[in-house]
Design a protein around this ligand. Structure first.
Ligand SMILES: *Cc1c(COP(=O)(O)O)cnc(C)c1O
Length: 379
Protein backbone atom coordinates (compact mmCIF):
# COMPACT_ATOMS: atom_id res chain seq x y z
CA UNK A 1 0.00 0.00 0.00
CA UNK A 2 1.07 3.54 -0.71
CA UNK A 3 0.50 4.27 2.98
CA UNK A 4 3.63 2.47 4.04
CA UNK A 5 5.79 4.34 1.52
CA UNK A 6 5.56 7.57 3.38
CA UNK A 7 4.80 6.28 6.85
CA UNK A 8 7.21 7.94 9.19
CA UNK A 9 8.31 10.92 7.12
CA UNK A 10 6.01 13.81 7.85
CA UNK A 11 3.60 11.63 9.77
CA UNK A 12 1.69 13.66 12.33
CA UNK A 13 -0.13 11.01 14.31
CA UNK A 14 -0.61 7.29 14.62
CA UNK A 15 -2.71 4.73 16.38
CA UNK A 16 -0.82 1.58 17.25
CA UNK A 17 -3.17 -1.34 17.77
CA UNK A 18 -1.88 -4.49 19.41
CA UNK A 19 -3.87 -7.32 17.83
CA UNK A 20 -2.27 -9.91 20.11
CA UNK A 21 -3.48 -7.94 23.13
CA UNK A 22 -7.02 -7.91 21.72
CA UNK A 23 -6.88 -11.69 21.21
CA UNK A 24 -5.55 -12.13 24.73
CA UNK A 25 -8.27 -9.88 26.17
CA UNK A 26 -10.92 -11.95 24.44
CA UNK A 27 -9.38 -15.16 25.83
CA UNK A 28 -9.23 -13.70 29.31
CA UNK A 29 -12.90 -12.65 29.20
CA UNK A 30 -13.83 -16.04 27.73
CA UNK A 31 -12.08 -17.74 30.67
CA UNK A 32 -13.87 -15.42 33.11
CA UNK A 33 -17.34 -16.27 31.82
CA UNK A 34 -16.83 -19.94 30.93
CA UNK A 35 -18.94 -22.05 30.43
CA UNK A 36 -20.88 -19.16 28.88
CA UNK A 37 -19.80 -18.29 25.34
CA UNK A 38 -17.85 -15.08 24.86
CA UNK A 39 -18.93 -13.18 21.74
CA UNK A 40 -17.32 -9.97 20.45
CA UNK A 41 -19.02 -6.67 19.73
CA UNK A 42 -17.33 -5.15 16.67
CA UNK A 43 -19.83 -2.43 15.76
CA UNK A 44 -18.62 1.00 14.61
CA UNK A 45 -15.62 -0.58 12.86
CA UNK A 46 -14.59 -2.41 16.04
CA UNK A 47 -14.93 0.78 18.06
CA UNK A 48 -12.89 2.65 15.47
CA UNK A 49 -9.92 0.29 15.56
CA UNK A 50 -10.58 -1.55 12.29
CA UNK A 51 -13.05 -4.43 12.08
CA UNK A 52 -11.36 -5.99 9.04
CA UNK A 53 -8.20 -6.55 11.08
CA UNK A 54 -9.82 -7.31 14.42
CA UNK A 55 -12.48 -9.80 13.31
CA UNK A 56 -9.94 -12.24 11.78
CA UNK A 57 -7.77 -11.87 14.88
CA UNK A 58 -10.67 -12.75 17.17
CA UNK A 59 -11.85 -15.58 14.91
CA UNK A 60 -8.35 -17.03 15.01
CA UNK A 61 -8.41 -16.80 18.82
CA UNK A 62 -11.60 -18.90 18.82
CA UNK A 63 -14.39 -16.33 18.82
CA UNK A 64 -17.36 -17.54 16.77
CA UNK A 65 -20.04 -14.96 17.52
CA UNK A 66 -19.95 -11.32 16.47
CA UNK A 67 -22.30 -8.39 16.99
CA UNK A 68 -22.53 -5.31 14.77
CA UNK A 69 -25.02 -2.45 14.73
CA UNK A 70 -25.71 -1.83 11.05
CA UNK A 71 -26.26 -3.87 7.92
CA UNK A 72 -23.29 -2.17 6.27
CA UNK A 73 -21.07 -3.28 9.16
CA UNK A 74 -22.46 -6.82 8.87
CA UNK A 75 -21.72 -6.93 5.13
CA UNK A 76 -18.17 -5.73 5.73
CA UNK A 77 -17.26 -8.51 8.16
CA UNK A 78 -19.37 -11.31 6.67
CA UNK A 79 -16.59 -12.56 4.34
CA UNK A 80 -14.26 -12.70 7.38
CA UNK A 81 -16.48 -14.97 9.46
CA UNK A 82 -16.50 -18.42 7.83
CA UNK A 83 -18.05 -20.49 10.55
CA UNK A 84 -19.81 -18.33 13.02
CA UNK A 85 -22.70 -16.03 13.61
CA UNK A 86 -23.11 -12.34 12.98
CA UNK A 87 -25.89 -10.62 14.91
CA UNK A 88 -27.30 -7.35 13.64
CA UNK A 89 -28.24 -5.23 16.67
CA UNK A 90 -30.24 -2.64 14.69
CA UNK A 91 -32.57 -5.41 13.52
CA UNK A 92 -34.72 -4.80 10.45
CA UNK A 93 -35.74 -1.60 8.74
CA UNK A 94 -38.96 -1.76 6.67
CA UNK A 95 -36.98 -2.38 3.48
CA UNK A 96 -34.14 -4.59 4.67
CA UNK A 97 -35.46 -8.10 5.42
CA UNK A 98 -34.56 -9.70 2.08
CA UNK A 99 -31.08 -8.15 2.09
CA UNK A 100 -30.48 -9.39 5.63
CA UNK A 101 -31.70 -12.85 4.68
CA UNK A 102 -29.52 -12.95 1.55
CA UNK A 103 -26.48 -11.87 3.52
CA UNK A 104 -27.04 -14.65 6.04
CA UNK A 105 -26.74 -12.60 9.22
CA UNK A 106 -29.07 -12.77 12.20
CA UNK A 107 -31.22 -9.73 12.91
CA UNK A 108 -31.89 -8.86 16.54
CA UNK A 109 -35.62 -8.08 16.41
CA UNK A 110 -36.98 -5.48 18.81
CA UNK A 111 -40.56 -4.90 17.67
CA UNK A 112 -43.57 -7.03 16.69
CA UNK A 113 -43.45 -5.39 13.24
CA UNK A 114 -39.92 -6.62 12.70
CA UNK A 115 -40.98 -10.10 13.77
CA UNK A 116 -43.83 -9.96 11.20
CA UNK A 117 -41.41 -8.84 8.47
CA UNK A 118 -38.98 -11.62 9.27
CA UNK A 119 -41.78 -14.20 9.51
CA UNK A 120 -43.02 -13.16 6.04
CA UNK A 121 -39.47 -13.29 4.70
CA UNK A 122 -39.14 -16.84 6.03
CA UNK A 123 -42.44 -17.88 4.43
CA UNK A 124 -41.35 -16.42 1.10
CA UNK A 125 -37.98 -18.08 1.13
CA UNK A 126 -39.53 -21.27 2.42
CA UNK A 127 -36.90 -21.91 5.04
CA UNK A 128 -36.51 -21.33 8.76
CA UNK A 129 -34.63 -18.13 9.43
CA UNK A 130 -32.20 -17.66 12.29
CA UNK A 131 -33.52 -15.04 14.67
CA UNK A 132 -32.59 -13.14 17.82
CA UNK A 133 -35.05 -11.26 20.00
CA UNK A 134 -34.21 -8.20 22.04
CA UNK A 135 -36.31 -7.79 25.17
CA UNK A 136 -36.35 -4.42 26.87
CA UNK A 137 -35.81 -4.98 30.59
CA UNK A 138 -35.74 -1.34 31.65
CA UNK A 139 -33.25 0.57 29.49
CA UNK A 140 -36.08 1.77 27.25
CA UNK A 141 -33.88 1.79 24.24
CA UNK A 142 -34.41 -1.06 21.77
CA UNK A 143 -36.39 -4.15 22.67
CA UNK A 144 -39.82 -5.74 23.02
CA UNK A 145 -41.84 -4.36 25.91
CA UNK A 146 -43.37 -6.71 28.50
CA UNK A 147 -46.69 -6.22 26.66
CA UNK A 148 -45.11 -7.20 23.33
CA UNK A 149 -43.64 -10.33 24.90
CA UNK A 150 -47.04 -11.29 26.34
CA UNK A 151 -48.73 -10.76 22.96
CA UNK A 152 -46.06 -12.83 21.24
CA UNK A 153 -46.49 -15.59 23.82
CA UNK A 154 -50.25 -15.66 23.07
CA UNK A 155 -49.69 -15.69 19.34
CA UNK A 156 -46.54 -17.71 18.72
CA UNK A 157 -47.25 -18.35 15.01
CA UNK A 158 -44.03 -16.59 13.84
CA UNK A 159 -41.97 -19.23 15.63
CA UNK A 160 -43.19 -21.82 13.11
CA UNK A 161 -40.87 -20.25 10.56
CA UNK A 162 -38.21 -18.75 12.80
CA UNK A 163 -35.36 -20.52 14.53
CA UNK A 164 -34.82 -18.66 17.79
CA UNK A 165 -31.03 -18.52 18.28
CA UNK A 166 -30.81 -15.92 20.99
CA UNK A 167 -32.95 -13.95 23.42
CA UNK A 168 -31.12 -10.91 24.76
CA UNK A 169 -31.46 -7.74 26.77
CA UNK A 170 -29.11 -4.89 27.72
CA UNK A 171 -28.29 -3.37 31.12
CA UNK A 172 -28.53 0.33 31.92
CA UNK A 173 -26.18 0.62 34.90
CA UNK A 174 -23.88 -2.39 34.76
CA UNK A 175 -20.82 -0.22 35.41
CA UNK A 176 -22.08 0.42 38.96
CA UNK A 177 -22.09 -2.94 40.78
CA UNK A 178 -24.70 -2.04 43.39
CA UNK A 179 -27.04 -0.05 41.12
CA UNK A 180 -30.57 -1.32 41.84
CA UNK A 181 -31.37 -1.50 38.10
CA UNK A 182 -29.08 -4.50 37.72
CA UNK A 183 -31.26 -6.81 39.84
CA UNK A 184 -34.50 -5.33 38.50
CA UNK A 185 -33.42 -5.91 34.92
CA UNK A 186 -32.14 -9.41 35.71
CA UNK A 187 -35.57 -10.31 37.11
CA UNK A 188 -37.49 -8.68 34.25
CA UNK A 189 -35.32 -10.48 31.69
CA UNK A 190 -35.73 -13.84 33.41
CA UNK A 191 -39.52 -13.46 33.56
CA UNK A 192 -39.87 -12.36 29.93
CA UNK A 193 -37.60 -15.10 28.69
CA UNK A 194 -39.73 -17.73 30.41
CA UNK A 195 -42.69 -16.75 28.20
CA UNK A 196 -40.77 -17.38 24.97
CA UNK A 197 -39.60 -20.61 23.32
CA UNK A 198 -36.49 -22.03 24.91
CA UNK A 199 -33.36 -20.38 23.45
CA UNK A 200 -29.87 -19.33 24.52
CA UNK A 201 -29.91 -16.05 26.44
CA UNK A 202 -27.59 -13.05 26.71
CA UNK A 203 -27.71 -10.08 29.08
CA UNK A 204 -24.16 -8.91 29.83
CA UNK A 205 -21.75 -6.68 27.93
CA UNK A 206 -18.27 -5.65 29.22
CA UNK A 207 -19.51 -4.38 32.58
CA UNK A 208 -22.37 -6.85 33.03
CA UNK A 209 -19.98 -9.79 32.85
CA UNK A 210 -18.18 -8.35 35.88
CA UNK A 211 -21.41 -8.51 37.92
CA UNK A 212 -21.00 -12.27 38.40
CA UNK A 213 -22.20 -15.51 36.90
CA UNK A 214 -25.91 -14.77 37.50
CA UNK A 215 -25.57 -12.25 34.67
CA UNK A 216 -23.68 -14.47 32.23
CA UNK A 217 -26.47 -16.72 30.90
CA UNK A 218 -25.31 -18.46 27.67
CA UNK A 219 -23.59 -15.68 25.75
CA UNK A 220 -21.80 -12.51 26.91
CA UNK A 221 -21.30 -9.58 24.53
CA UNK A 222 -18.24 -7.49 25.44
CA UNK A 223 -17.04 -4.70 23.19
CA UNK A 224 -15.19 -2.00 25.11
CA UNK A 225 -13.28 -4.41 27.37
CA UNK A 226 -11.84 -6.22 24.33
CA UNK A 227 -10.25 -2.92 23.36
CA UNK A 228 -8.75 -2.46 26.81
CA UNK A 229 -11.47 -0.27 28.30
CA UNK A 230 -12.01 -0.22 32.04
CA UNK A 231 -15.49 1.18 32.57
CA UNK A 232 -16.57 -1.14 35.40
CA UNK A 233 -16.43 0.69 38.73
CA UNK A 234 -16.33 -2.32 41.03
CA UNK A 235 -13.09 -4.10 40.12
CA UNK A 236 -10.50 -4.24 37.40
CA UNK A 237 -11.72 -6.04 34.28
CA UNK A 238 -9.10 -8.69 33.37
CA UNK A 239 -7.94 -7.00 30.18
CA UNK A 240 -4.91 -4.94 29.17
CA UNK A 241 -4.55 -1.83 27.05
CA UNK A 242 -4.42 -2.47 23.30
CA UNK A 243 -3.73 0.91 21.79
CA UNK A 244 -1.43 3.86 21.85
CA UNK A 245 -2.21 7.11 20.11
CA UNK A 246 0.61 9.52 19.44
CA UNK A 247 1.10 12.84 17.74
CA UNK A 248 4.20 15.01 17.33
CA UNK A 249 5.52 18.36 18.47
CA UNK A 250 5.48 20.97 15.69
CA UNK A 251 6.89 23.85 17.65
CA UNK A 252 8.08 24.90 21.11
CA UNK A 253 7.18 28.45 22.14
CA UNK A 254 7.97 30.71 25.05
CA UNK A 255 5.14 32.71 26.58
CA UNK A 256 5.53 35.83 28.66
CA UNK A 257 3.27 36.40 31.62
CA UNK A 258 -0.05 37.79 30.30
CA UNK A 259 0.21 36.22 26.83
CA UNK A 260 -2.90 34.36 25.73
CA UNK A 261 -3.11 31.03 23.93
CA UNK A 262 -5.40 29.94 21.12
CA UNK A 263 -8.80 30.96 19.73
CA UNK A 264 -10.83 33.40 21.79
CA UNK A 265 -7.81 33.89 24.04
CA UNK A 266 -9.34 31.76 26.77
CA UNK A 267 -6.05 30.99 28.50
CA UNK A 268 -3.74 33.67 29.88
CA UNK A 269 -0.23 32.73 31.01
CA UNK A 270 0.14 33.43 34.75
CA UNK A 271 3.94 33.54 34.37
CA UNK A 272 6.62 33.11 31.76
CA UNK A 273 6.32 29.56 30.52
CA UNK A 274 7.13 27.12 27.74
CA UNK A 275 4.45 25.47 25.68
CA UNK A 276 4.44 22.92 22.87
CA UNK A 277 2.19 23.05 19.82
CA UNK A 278 1.08 19.58 18.77
CA UNK A 279 -0.08 18.29 15.38
CA UNK A 280 -3.52 17.04 16.44
CA UNK A 281 -6.87 18.65 17.08
CA UNK A 282 -10.58 18.02 16.98
CA UNK A 283 -10.39 16.88 13.35
CA UNK A 284 -8.26 14.00 14.64
CA UNK A 285 -10.77 13.16 17.36
CA UNK A 286 -9.33 15.13 20.27
CA UNK A 287 -12.57 16.49 21.72
CA UNK A 288 -12.93 20.24 21.98
CA UNK A 289 -14.24 19.61 25.50
CA UNK A 290 -10.62 18.83 26.43
CA UNK A 291 -9.96 22.60 26.14
CA UNK A 292 -8.87 24.44 29.29
CA UNK A 293 -9.45 28.14 29.90
CA UNK A 294 -7.54 29.89 32.67
CA UNK A 295 -8.32 28.20 35.97
CA UNK A 296 -9.87 25.12 34.34
CA UNK A 297 -8.52 21.59 34.09
CA UNK A 298 -8.96 20.09 30.65
CA UNK A 299 -7.25 17.24 28.89
CA UNK A 300 -3.58 16.35 29.01
CA UNK A 301 -0.98 14.52 26.97
CA UNK A 302 2.30 12.94 28.06
CA UNK A 303 5.80 13.51 26.75
CA UNK A 304 8.28 10.79 27.77
CA UNK A 305 5.92 9.93 30.63
CA UNK A 306 5.61 13.53 31.88
CA UNK A 307 2.13 15.02 31.94
CA UNK A 308 1.54 18.12 29.80
CA UNK A 309 -1.90 19.75 30.32
CA UNK A 310 -3.87 21.29 27.45
CA UNK A 311 -3.90 25.10 27.39
CA UNK A 312 -6.73 27.09 25.81
CA UNK A 313 -8.97 25.84 23.03
CA UNK A 314 -8.40 22.62 21.14
CA UNK A 315 -8.47 23.72 17.50
CA UNK A 316 -9.05 21.70 14.35
CA UNK A 317 -5.48 20.60 13.71
CA UNK A 318 -3.53 21.80 16.72
CA UNK A 319 -3.40 21.86 20.49
CA UNK A 320 -1.16 23.79 22.86
CA UNK A 321 0.13 22.08 25.99
CA UNK A 322 2.03 23.24 29.05
CA UNK A 323 5.46 21.57 29.04
CA UNK A 324 6.73 23.18 32.26
CA UNK A 325 6.98 19.74 33.90
CA UNK A 326 8.76 18.06 30.96
CA UNK A 327 12.58 17.90 31.08
CA UNK A 328 13.89 20.13 28.26
CA UNK A 329 15.83 17.37 26.50
CA UNK A 330 12.50 15.70 25.60
CA UNK A 331 11.21 18.86 23.97
CA UNK A 332 12.27 18.68 20.36
CA UNK A 333 10.44 19.54 17.19
CA UNK A 334 9.10 16.26 15.80
CA UNK A 335 9.20 14.42 19.15
CA UNK A 336 6.44 11.90 19.85
CA UNK A 337 3.67 12.83 22.23
CA UNK A 338 1.32 10.36 23.90
CA UNK A 339 -2.37 11.17 23.50
CA UNK A 340 -3.55 7.76 24.72
CA UNK A 341 -1.17 5.29 26.32
CA UNK A 342 0.32 4.18 29.63
CA UNK A 343 0.15 7.66 31.22
CA UNK A 344 -3.00 9.00 29.54
CA UNK A 345 -5.21 5.93 29.67
CA UNK A 346 -8.29 5.73 27.47
CA UNK A 347 -10.62 6.11 30.44
CA UNK A 348 -8.70 9.08 31.91
CA UNK A 349 -8.72 10.81 28.53
CA UNK A 350 -12.49 10.36 28.35
CA UNK A 351 -13.00 11.69 31.85
CA UNK A 352 -10.80 14.74 31.26
CA UNK A 353 -12.96 15.67 28.26
CA UNK A 354 -16.26 15.21 30.14
CA UNK A 355 -17.06 12.10 28.15
CA UNK A 356 -16.25 8.39 28.20
CA UNK A 357 -13.43 6.36 26.69
CA UNK A 358 -15.97 4.77 24.34
CA UNK A 359 -16.59 8.10 22.62
CA UNK A 360 -12.88 8.92 22.43
CA UNK A 361 -12.18 5.52 20.84
CA UNK A 362 -14.93 5.63 18.24
CA UNK A 363 -14.10 9.18 17.18
CA UNK A 364 -10.38 8.82 16.52
CA UNK A 365 -10.26 10.01 12.95
CA UNK A 366 -8.84 8.48 9.77
CA UNK A 367 -6.21 11.21 9.83
CA UNK A 368 -4.23 9.03 12.24
CA UNK A 369 -2.21 6.28 10.64
CA UNK A 370 -3.33 2.91 11.94
CA UNK A 371 -0.48 0.52 12.60
CA UNK A 372 -1.18 -3.05 13.71
CA UNK A 373 1.13 -5.11 15.91
CA UNK A 374 0.92 -8.86 15.58
CA UNK A 375 3.37 -11.64 16.41
CA UNK A 376 5.83 -11.93 13.53
CA UNK A 377 4.14 -9.28 11.40
CA UNK A 378 3.80 -5.60 12.19
CA UNK A 379 1.86 -3.86 9.47
C1 LIG B 1 -22.59 -1.83 22.28
C2 LIG B 1 -23.34 -2.95 22.87
C3 LIG B 1 -22.67 -3.97 23.55
C4 LIG B 1 -21.21 -3.88 23.93
O1 LIG B 1 -21.09 -3.00 25.02
P1 LIG B 1 -19.70 -2.76 25.75
O2 LIG B 1 -20.05 -1.91 26.91
O3 LIG B 1 -18.84 -2.07 24.76
O4 LIG B 1 -19.16 -4.08 26.13
C5 LIG B 1 -23.40 -5.08 23.94
N1 LIG B 1 -24.75 -5.16 23.70
C6 LIG B 1 -25.42 -4.17 23.09
C7 LIG B 1 -26.89 -4.31 22.87
C8 LIG B 1 -24.75 -3.03 22.66
O5 LIG B 1 -25.44 -2.04 22.07
Amino acid sequence: MADSLWLGAGETGRITIDLDAIASNWQSLADTVSPALCAAVVKADAYGLGATRIVPTLAHAGCTTFFVATLKEAAEIKPLVDEGQIYLLDGLLPDSASTVADLGVIPVLSTLDEIDDWHRQAEQSNKKLQTALHIDSGLNRLGLSAGDVARLAQNPAPFDTLKLDLVMSHLASADVPDAPENQTQLTAFTLARALLPDAPASLAASDGLMLGSAFHFDVVRPGYALYGGQAFQGATTPVKPVLEVTTRILQIRSLSRGDTVGYSATYTAPRDMRIAILAAGYADGIPRTASAATGETGGAVAIAGHVAPVLGRVSMDLIAVDVSQVPPHHLARGADVEIIGPTCTLDLVGKAADTIGYEILTRLSPRFERVYLQKGANT
